[in-house]
Design a protein around this ligand. Structure first.
Ligand code: GLV
Ligand code: MG
Length: 308
């Protein structure tokens, strides 16, 4: 897996590209990633001026320690190409990824990849360094998610967009992320799992989308806890109050982290002392083998990245 695909993304902060105050404030917040938004957080009348504000914020701001992403408009609008050209020509050196919303098929990823390559060549930037984040926000995108996730080596994450998705499938609910009344199980399970499988099959990260009740932090934790339990790497945050919760929910607990390190130590000890002949060992009452080592490695890697 490329190291870019392992960037921490527990908390991905949405910042409206048209709001200079938010662009300034976001720099001091402890989010793993920021994405400066030219899409739905910007009204059509300010979309063009927002491009300039985003370029300035990327070039002049202090984003150290954060992955810097810009969300452009989707390919069904007339804004996409100019969003990409203005932002990458203007601030390509200070940009890590472009996020493409409402992706419907692999061709839309290839088109963005080709455009990025031309801009990088024209501007003398290293070709292929700028990554792509693909948002799955409608039924067609989900049906094509396997091809989308394999469409470009620039891809780093597949991102679930629950608000647009709920609208796209006519889900009977207005509260994004919450279960629709009347359905007795988890209405998002299938969607999250399809995204997660497509992402993992291509060594990409899987990111959960926004929770719009920004004052309800327990509600955020509960929804985030579900996708974190499945294996998602992080979630969007729309408000500073959601950042700490996301960083915590998508990191392993101290207890799980310590346990994972113990499994790795115990397994390394057994395999090194038996001349490689022994494939399993006991750790207390628990039998551990090569599969346990792999599971422990996932938790340990996330814990080490979180500084546990
Ligand atoms: C995010 O873009 C969403 O639609 O939920
Ligand atoms: Mg959306």
């Amino acid at each position: 897996m490329s190291t870019n695909r392992l960037r921490p993304r527990r908390s991905c902060l949405a910042v409206p590209g048209s709001n200079p105050r938010f662009l300034e404030k976001a720099q001091g917040l402890p989010a793993d990633q920021v994405f400066l938004d030219l899409e739905d957080a910007c009204a059509p009348l300010v979309k063009e001026s927002a491009r300039t504000s985003v370029v300035k914020a990327l070039n002049e701001g202090d984003w150290s320690g954060k992955t810097r992403v810009v969300r452009v408009n989707d390919w069904t609008t007339h804004w996409t190409y100019r969003d990409v050209i203005t932002v990458v020509e203007g601030a390509g050196e200070n940009l890590d990824c472009v996020m493409l919303p409402k992706v419907q098929d692999a061709g839309q990823i290839s088109a963005l990849d080709l455009l990025l390559t031309q801009i990088e060549k024209t501007m003398g930037l290293p070709v292929g360094r700028i990554g792509i984040e693909a948002q799955i926000e409608n039924a067609r995108g989900l049906v094509n998610v396997d091809e989308i996730a394999a469409a470009s080596p620039r891809l780093e994450t597949i991102v679930f967009g629950p608000a647009d998705f709920m609208a796209s499938i006519n889900m009977k609910s207005l509260v994004v992320g919450e279960q629709p009344p009347g359905y007795p199980a988890d209405a998002y399970h299938y969607i999250l799992m399809r995204i997660l499988m497509a992402a993992r099959a291509n060594d990409l990260q899987a990111i959960d989308g926004p929770y719009l009740q920004i004052r309800n932090v327990p509600g955020f934790r509960e929804v985030a806890g579900r996708s974190a339990a499945l294996g998602f790497d992080g979630k969007w945050v729309l408000h500073p109050g959601q950042i700490d919760a996301a960083n915590e929910v998508y990191s392993p607990s101290q207890e799980d982290y310590d346990h994972a390190e113990m499994i790795l130590d115990a397994y390394a000890h057994v395999t090194s002392h038996e001349g490689g002949a022994k494939g399993s060992a006991m750790l207390g009452d628990e039998m551990i083998d090569e599969a346990s080592r792999k599971m422990a490695l996932v938790i340990a890697a996330k814990g080490r990245a979180a500084g546990l």
